[in-house]
Design a protein around this ligand. Sequence first.
Ligand SMILES: NC(=O)c1ccc[n+]([C@@H]2O[C@H](COP(=O)([O-])OP(=O)(O)OC[C@H]3O[C@@H](n4cnc5c(N)ncnc54)[C@H](O)[C@@H]3O)[C@@H](O)[C@H]2O)c1
Length: 271
Amino acid sequence: MSNYLSSLFSLEGKTALVAGGAGAIGSVISEAFAKAGATVIVHDLSQERLDLVENHFNKEGLKFTGIQADLSTREATLSLAEQASKVTGKIDILVNLQGANRRKPISEVTDEDFDLITSVNFKSVYFLSQAVYPIMKKQGGGSILHFSSLSANVSFDTISVYAATKAAVTSLTRSQAHEWADDNISVNAIEPGFVQTEFTRPLWDDDYRAEWFANYIPMARLAVPEDLVTTALYLVAPSTNYVTGQNLVIDGGVMTGNSWVEKPRRKGIER
Ligand SMILES: NC(=O)c1ccc[n+]([C@@H]2O[C@H](COP(=O)([O-])OP(=O)(O)OC[C@H]3O[C@@H](n4cnc5c(N)ncnc54)[C@H](O)[C@@H]3O)[C@@H](O)[C@H]2O)c1
């Protein structure tokens, strides 16, 4: 890559806290940020997933720092921000990827389902950002990237609570971008469409849905985590600090509409 291009995307000297960073998308983002020069602090609920990412970082010759925590309480988010800020003395980038879902019809959702999904997908995002804010403000700025979802805009059966939490994250992106602009903090979100991961396996791993996806997604395939990397780098790079309050949909064209021209039905996606 030319020096010019790499300087635009360089995270050299930056410290990034990647929450949910050992998940399917998070592990790919964490690795990309480390390869772009950042000191990456990988957080996850699962120690097993953190160990897998640590092994991978070691093989790639990347420095690994992991922190395990359940972020469903405000205290836990404060503690994570405090621990992370001690690694290099600052946090320049925060990415919120932690997420949970229990797919059920609205009539079957329990109190416990509701509290679990909202606490991981929205409350932890809200309070982890709040905990990191004074650190970024004191050091003169930073960037925050949330992982919302296509379902913030369009919903599907059995994900009513999840979709509402993602719409809340999309809204929070605008509120934070506005309130924190004069602290030189940019806040943006990526809204992925359907990404082929373990998280979504129950959605795509049967013949009916494989065919449904192939015909519903204009690009006729699900995304892979790598499809999101360049946009994530773009949104946290210091060179794009003026981009703020944006929710960028990466969905293979789903939000563009639907086809009403008669053509052969596609058979399915690759599984
Ligand atoms: N995969 C998709 O199709 C898709 C689509 C749109 C949006 N997203 C969003 O992208 C993000 C990453 O998704 P993914 O596919 O990598 O899923 P994933 O399940 O692989 O990653 C999510 C991570 O969050 C962690 N987590 C769960 N509960 C937690 C808790 N209580 N405290 C702290 N961490 C917790 C998990 O351990 C996991 O590693 C999520 O926010 C998800 O909602 C995913």
